[in-house]
Design a protein around this ligand. Structure first.
Ligand SMILES: [Zn+2]
Length: 652
């Protein structure tokens, strides 16, 4: 799910790719969830495995109403006397049919409790059919069952958007995150001037008098919140994604007035899906189709095989399609783990920029880095699922989740990172089922051979982010010493350990050196092949951090004790010299120095005091007229002395 912000985070000018609106991704969703969540109740009891559901509903977009029946095939987990479904109290249950007979039930606290005439044995498939009708209660503009209009003639549309707790608002279901419906049919009857979209394949359309019935068939496991319908006077057109020797149809349902524009934009799905196929394995619902349906909610929702999108912008297409690997095929096992849906979908849209529209790659990372460090006390893992704002926190669940994945990629390297994700996606315990954060960690550890417990404890479960303070110095031999300190924005994490990339550069050269930072105050040294004039921390934005500082006056403690060249160092040029000798003295701190020049006989030629400032001090000595031969320079400051020799070649 992704909500588009009305006023974008303005990092750069608008463009077809400029959809950086993540900091408000879930605003509307939160309102919807808040309303639903006020009715706190435990939900239905799960004592069966749902293996098939068939929704047969009548929907006229001109009338805010739904009526129909839902047939559920189930296998009792043990001997059971009853079964329960979630359905909002605002809906009316007309009857419940079991073995062709109406049976008794109660309906309260949003749960239908159905008592069987006798106990059902474990492991025997059975079925029950619920007839119902009503006006779904949550009818705000952000609700789970929404009536709206579009176009100049105010054509009506009805759509659903059930994530996370709204499926029960419009159909009797099991909306927990433990049992997917193994197989689904959605049969929608509507006035024949409209078209109805849903999950899976459209296998049949029948017209009777003024009504038309659309038969949608889906043969992949699906979570209840991903079941959908949308009905309006849709234009339908197709794109095709090359798919090995075959093609995958992409079915687009758009408002007629937007058809021309959205046809142009819709082709972005082709390159996006090809990229995901390459990185994460074939589109998970390849035996059916992908679809995109225009709707009026200001964002997108990853209904399985039939995404609903407000517009067909690049990032929105990328985000919702990404959910078909991360969210639909592998669904978060609880709302604590929502980042496994949203962090991944956010990161995959960053990958689309990297591979398809690279000029937006760095801005996308900047935007998510901003989000990831926007809350100094937030964690990726959702520690409070009673707070709806927290579950769909666009900074923590979306941006920080995405940047944590980016850091795992940095830590593991591309090959192991993507291999680990493919293993996570294909694990039979996760695929077409549910996964929690430890499942992801286990796969990345198994694939890489690394122990990632500290990484997950600090970056995923822990709160906040680090700030780095880097102090460095380079001597005239191009040897660099540096110290890296770290502070943390939240006391829950004593230290964030990461390999840190530092870029040394001057006008002609640059190089990135990676330092494995394992404690604050850690010192490092490296020999560079050039004199660097600046140091840049993490130039490619791999590491979540903020408020970092870099200083260039480092004096290593071991150097103060002995090696004078770090207190100040000396360079003489040209050498030999005929006229003007340039003396360069690099000092770490301000100090007064005594400079002496003696000839080969030990006689003073010059002697004077010079105030040295931090950095490189440069001054000249005119040697014109001096006798040819060797001369010695000594500079004494702060108890240290440095010496060098130069040769005068007299032009006399
Ligand atoms: Zn999403």
């Amino acid at each position: 799910m992704k909500n588009i912000l009305a006023i974008a985070f303005l990092l750069f000018s608008s463009g077809s790719f400029a959809q950086f609106k993540t900091d408000k991704i879930a605003a509307s969703e939160q309102k919807q969830l808040t309303q639903n969540h006020k009715k706190k109740h435990p939900g239905s009891i799960n004592n069966s495995n749902i293996i098939y559901q068939r929704l047969e509903v009548q929907v006229n977009p001109a009338i805010y109403f739904i009526a129909g029946n839902v047939t559920t095939h189930f296998i009792p987990s043990g001997p059971i006397q009853f079964i329960e479904f979630d359905l909002s109290d605002s809906m009316t249950v007309d009857s419940i049919i079991f073995h062709n007979t109406a049976i008794s039930f109660t309906h309260s606290a949003d749960v239908i409790h159905i008592v069987f005439p006798s106990q059902l044995p474990a492991d025997d498939e059975d079925s029950v059919k619920v007839y119902y009708h009503g006006l779904p209660f949550w009818n705000s503009g952000f609700g789970s069952f929404v009536q709206n209009v579009h176009g100049l003639d105010n054509t009506p549309v009805i759509w659903t958007l059930s994530e996370p707790y709204g499926a029960k608002d419009w159909w009797p279901c099991k909306q927990d995150l433990t049992d997917k419906i193994d197989s689904l049919d959605v049969i929608i009857t509507t006035p024949k001037i409209y078209r109805a979209a849903s999950n899976g394949l459209l296998v049949k359309e029948t017209t009777i008098d003024s009504s038309k019935t659309y038969y949608w068939k889906h043969r992949y496991p699906i979570a209840a919140y991903l079941v959908c319908l949308a009905v309006s006077n849709y234009d339908v057109f197709y794109n095709y994604v090359p798919f090995g020797a075959d093609t995958l149809p992409v079915m687009n349902f758009v408002y007629p007035e937007d058809s021309a524009t959205l046809r142009d934009h819709s082709v972005d799905v082709i390159s996006t899906m090809q990229l995901y196929d390459t990185l994460f394995g074939l589109y998970p619902f390849d035996k059916e189709k992908y679809g995109m349906v225009e709707f009026g909610w200001d964002g997108g929702m990853e209904h399985q095989t039939m995404t609903f999108v407000r517009n067909f912008d690049f990032e929105l297409i990328a985000h919702e399609l990404a959910h078909h690997w991360f969210g639909d095929k592998v669904t978060c096992a609880s709302w604590h783990d929502i980042w496994l849906n949203e962090g991944f979908a956010t990161y995959l849209s960053v990958l689309c920029y990297e591979h398809i529209a690279p000029i937006w790659y760095m801005p996308a990372k900047m935007e998510h880095m901003y989000g990831a460090t926007n809350n100094p006390n937030g964690s990726v893992w959702c520690d409070d699922t009673t707070s709806v704002d927290r579950i769909f926190d666009s900074d923590m669940s979306y941006s920080k989740g995405a940047m944590v994945l980016h850091m795992l990629r940095w830590k593991l390297g591309d090959s192991l990172f993507f291999a680990g994700l493919r293993n996570y996606l294909t694990d039979v315990n996760n695929a077409y089922a549910f996964a929690a954060t430890p499942d992801l960690q286990a796969h990345l550890e198994t694939t890489s051979g690394m122990d990632l417990s500290q990484f997950f404890n600090t970056w995923v479960y822990g709160k906040g982010f680090p700030s780095y303070q880097i102090d460095w110095a380079q001597n005239f031999s191009n040897h660099v010493d540096l110290v890296i300190n770290q502070t943390q924005s939240d006391p829950s994490v004593p230290f964030f350990s990461m390999p840190l990339p530092l870029k040394f550069k001057n006008a002609l050269h640059d190089t990135i050196v990676v330092f494995n930072h394992t404690f604050s105050g850690q010192t490092f040294s490296v020999d560079l092949p050039f004199a660097a004039d600046s140091l840049i921390f993490d130039p490619d934005l791999w590491i979540i951090s903020a408020y970092d500082t870099i200083t260039n006056d480092y004096i290593p403690s071991n150097i103060i004790a002995g090696r004078s060249d770090y207190n100040f160092s000396l360079r003489l040029s040209p050498n030999p010299v005929a006229r003007l000798l340039r003396i360069q003295v690099q000092a770490a701190v301000e100090k007064s120095a005594e400079i002496k020049i003696v000839n080969s006989l030990g006689q003073f030629v010059q002697k004077y005091q010079q105030q040295l400032l931090p950095g490189v001090n440069s001054f000249q000595v005119n040697v014109a007229g001096w006798a040819s031969g060797a001369y010695h320079v000594s500079i004494q400051a702060g108890g240290n002395t440095i010496k060098s020799t130069f040769v005068v070649l007299s032009d006399k």
